[in-house]
Design a protein around this ligand. Structure first.
Ligand code: URA
Length: 205
């Protein structure tokens, strides 16, 4: 498994805004957009392009077009916040939705909604702001594999070592892109120091 951590002062500032309990939802939403765009740039930095001939106003030159196609798989609910900022950069990407809800007592995720296109020849990018136990992501990976995905990336804003370990144990071929690796999970499976419940903070609930 490869773990890519975006190492940039802007990422550290944005993560601090997300962590701060006094950050209100407008700032939280903006920081989420901006950090997501930094993460997707990191995630796609080795994506393939192919050369094309283009005409500038002055002469012809060689340019690039994409040779790899993306399907985003946001995990509802919080993953939805990461879709728009990515579509601003990759407007042609497909989007498949996956509803996974954590049972607060058992902490096991339940799949209550699934609308995923066929993923053969696509780069499937699963987006979920937090990687805690990895339970939801493991289910999401299985579902993507069943839909034919060969190349799967995980883009997450903040990760816990327990979740990274769970994913890498089962899927050593998968790359995880994150902005920060936190210390640990608490008994309720929240990330420490973390940022609290991402969905509640994002949707102001
Ligand atoms: N989900 C959250 O919203 N926060 C955590 O800390 C862990 C999972």
């Amino acid at each position: 498994m490869s773990l890519q951590i975006v190492d940039h002062p802007l990422a550290r500032v944005l993560i601090s805004q997300l962590r701060n309990k006094d950050t209100l939802s407008p700032t939280f939403r903006k920081a989420c957009r901006n950090i997501t765009q930094m993460l997707i740039l990191e995630a796609t930095k080795t994506m393939s392009t192919r050369p094309v001939e283009i005409e500038t106003p002055l002469e012809s030159t060689e340019g690039s077009i994409w040779d790899e196609y993306i399907t985003l798989i946001p995990i509802i609910r919080a993953g939805i916040a990461m879709v728009d900022p990515i579509l601003e950069i990759f407007p042609e990407a497909s989007v498949g939705y996956l509803g996974l809800e954590r049972d607060e007592e058992t902490t096991v995720a339940r799949n209550y909604y699934r609308k995923i296109p066929h993923l053969k020849n696509q780069t499937a990018i699963i987006v979920d702001p937090l990687l805690a136990t990895g339970g939801s992501l493991l289910q999401a990976i299985e579902i993507c594999r069943k839909e034919g995905a060969e190349k799967i990336l995980i883009v997450t804003i903040l990760a816990a070592p327990e979740g990274v370990e769970a994913v890498s144990q089962k899927h050593p071929d998968i790359t995880i892109i994150t902005a920060v690796m936190d210390r640990e999970l608490n008994q309720q499976k929240y990330i420490l120091p973390g940022l609290g419940d991402f969905g509640d903070r994002l949707f102001n609930t």
